[in-house]
Design a protein around this ligand. Structure first.
Ligand code: NDP
Length: 259
């Protein structure tokens, strides 16, 4: 038996699109891809500093990175943006469908607008990005890897208040939907060499959780066996593995990175 050559991750022939790749978990994903030598296309909604974020990544890691403004819930714009990225930075080889939003309110106070806001970004937005990538790969007869950022709340409810039952019902339902979407897309696209997996974080220190009442944060951290929220970088190991060729037999899975 020959000696082991070790386990290396080299993305120098890869171009990965990260939706919401300019801050929070998405920014950590963009940097992890760049650190492995991959080209990064950052999709953002409205943050004005996103182009500068891409430039900083380009400089720090000496790879190509560019930011593209695109609302993931707008199907036509998503298709056009993926075509542009494919021409400018591509060929695209992978996608981290990360962009997501939440509305924190009691279920009894939720509105149809709240529902639309959460579901058009978290479910339709993920689908739009996944399909835009898949279209390119199917036309090219070459597969790719999609990592959908779901949440531990796809499977459980998590309390957003220490004093009353408050669970972000639309957010949790949207994450249940994308975790199931992951399995369907994986089954439909397996024959085209496209792998689709979900990564479900627990509590992570980002803008989404920064406004949280300290009592709620302590209450939630107590429910985590490791006793703390994660840093965004702690989500990247599993994502990089799933995007890499080492994960060639992994599809349709949901991987919890929840402490
Ligand atoms: P942040 O709130 O820090 O960042 C959200 C990102 O998504 C931003 O880059 C934002 O762009 C982008 N975005 C939002 N809506 C759209 C849209 N319609 N079109 C394009 N981009 C959009 O989020 P987190 O980093 O906390 O979360 C990232 C993902 O991880 C989400 O799917 C979230 O649900 C999930 N998650 C987060 C957890 C946490 O504890 N933080 C736990 C479990 C899952 P812009 O800056 O331009 O607004």
């Amino acid at each position: 038996m020959s000696a082991s050559k070790g386990f290396s991750i080299d993305f120098s022939n890869k171009c990965i699109v990260v939706t919401g790749g300019n801050r929070g978990i998405g920014l950590a994903m963009s940097k992890a891809v760049a650190k492995a030598g991959g080209r990064v296309a950052i999709i953002y909604r409205s943050s004005k500093d996103a182009p500068q974020v891409a430039q900083n990544i380009e400089k720090e890691f000496k790879i190509k990175a560019k930011a593209y403004q695109c609302d993931v819930s707008d199907t036509d714009t998503v298709n056009a943006t993926f075509d542009t990225i494919d021409k400018e930075l591509g060929p695209i080889t992978g996608l981290v469908a990360n962009a997501g939003v939440s509305v924190v309110k009691r279920a009894i106070d939720m509105t149809t607008d709240d529902f639309n806001k959460v579901f058009t970004t978290n479910v339709l937005g993920v689908f739009n990005a996944a399909r835009a990538a898949a279209k390119l790969w199917i036309a090219r007869q070459h597969g790719g890897s999609i990592v959908i950022i779901s949440s531990m709340s796809s499977q459980i409810y998590n309390m957003s208040s220490a004093t009353e039952p408050l669970t972000q019902v639309f957010y949790n339902a949207s994450k249940g939907a994308v975790s199931n979407l992951t399995k369907g897309l994986a089954a439909e696209w397996a024959g085209a060499g496209i792998r689709v997996n979900a990564l479900s974080p627990g509590y992570v220190n980002t803008d989404q959780t920064s406004g949280m009442d300290e009592k709620v944060r302590a209450f939630q951290a107590k429910s985590v066996p490791l006793g703390r929220f994660a840093e965004p970088e702690e989500m990247t190991g599993q994502a990089v593995l799933l995007l890499s060729d080492h994960a060639s037999y992994m599809t349709g899975g949901e991987y919890f990175v929840d402490g």
